[in-house]
Design a protein around this ligand. Structure first.
Ligand code: AHR
Length: 330
């Protein structure tokens, strides 16, 4: 059954493309052949509102899996980042018998049962950005995301170069239990964690939020009498919050305290151009086309890599940021 269904779906994806071309070629509104007008249904178990990066990523998915491209994308953002709402949406997509499920998990753990149900229903699942823990690769077709380990290692590498004598530093983390948070900590610690000249003053979550990061770092500056030279903020919004805290303390961001972030959103690249941030590692959200390619391969029964890495850039100076700004898409 699955193979026929997959073949029928693949047929619809391919012929939708052909039909779109046909329709454009002879705008006489040629008759529908029937086979091509069945859309491939995609259930997107998404995160929903969570900052600039998430907005860019989920908009890019919706702009890619269009009806014109042969898809019916059912977008199900979580309610207040709540995993239960995601599991409920996942379950209804399985019951509905969608052709593929895209999953951006708000929590890393707790997905085994849902993934097993999709597997029994022979519905392939593709992880978008976020991983699952433990990483049961036999339960999903592939994960598509930039490499968090490499991205955070690039930040650590910059810090090691920038502070050859070491520094007192603080880590502002994303929410506990999210795979990318653990991966970013691992990448950072593998480099900086091993250097005794770097003193870790602490780490605290600020839930990807500028406001929370500002108040977290205000407290850190006070309790350390401003003796903090370096901040690793796990996303741009939190890094910009740390900038506000530094300014509030009468210090100069980029001079008294150097702040490095991950994401590469426009506001952060602008803040680097202005010298307020000191390093920005991109975490490229625009991988809709990569996901489309993976969906087609999975529907055709073709093999896909268990982890498809999306390339990402780094920006290590105001000049690099100024050069990049005009072409930033998110
Ligand atoms: O999972 C990726 C992270 O989620 C981004 O770095 C952060 O901005 C987003 O909210």
């Amino acid at each position: 059954m699955a193979r026929n269904r997959r073949f029928r779906r693949l047929l619809s994806v391919v012929s939708a493309g052909v039909m779109a071309i046909g329709l454009s070629a002879c705008s006489s509104g040629g008759d529908d052949t029937g086979a091509g007008d069945e859309l491939t249904t995609i259930g997107f178990v998404a995160v929903g509102p969570e900052g600039a990066w998430r907005q860019a990523n989920e908009a890019n998915m919706q702009e890619t899996f269009t009806k014109e491209a042969g898809f019916d994308l059912k977008y199900a953002p979580a309610t207040n980042l709540d995993q239960k709402s995601q599991i409920d949406a996942f379950t209804s997509f399985v019951d509905e018998g969608v052709d593929v499920i895209l999953l951006s998990a708000t929590e890393g753990s707790g997905w085994e049962d849902s993934l097993k149900r999709a597997q029994e229903a022979e519905i392939p699942v593709i992880l978008i950005d976020r991983g699952i823990e433990p990483d049961a690769t036999d339960l999903y077709a592939t994960r598509i995301a930039p490499d968090n380990l490499q991205v955070s290692k690039s930040v650590a590498g910059w810090a090691a170069e920038t502070f050859p004598q070491g520094a007192n530093y603080f880590v502002i983390e994303g929410p506990a239990g999210v795979s990318v948070v653990n991966e970013r900590n691992r990448g950072w610690n593998e480099t900086i964690g091993a250097k005794t000249e770097f003193k870790k003053l602490g780490a605290q979550t600020a839930n990807w939020s500028t406001e929370e990061a500002k108040s977290v770092f205000e407290t850190v500056l006070k309790s350390n009498k401003n003796n903090v030279q370096l901040v690793f903020a796990q996303n741009d919004e939190m890094g910009l919050g740390a900038v506000l805290a530094v300014e509030e303390a009468g210090l100069v961001p980029g001079k008294d305290v150097k702040i490095a972030t991950i994401d590469g959103t426009h506001n952060a690249v602008q803040a680097l151009a202005d010298g307020k941030l000191s390093f920005v590692a991109e975490y490229n959200p625009l991988f809709g086309e990569t996901a489309l390619d993976a969906v087609k391969k999975v529907l055709a029964g073709d093999k896909v890599e268990p982890y498809i890495i999306v390339p990402s850039l780094t920006f290590n100076s105001p000049d690099a940021a100024k050069t990049a700004l005009p072409s930033r898409k998110y």
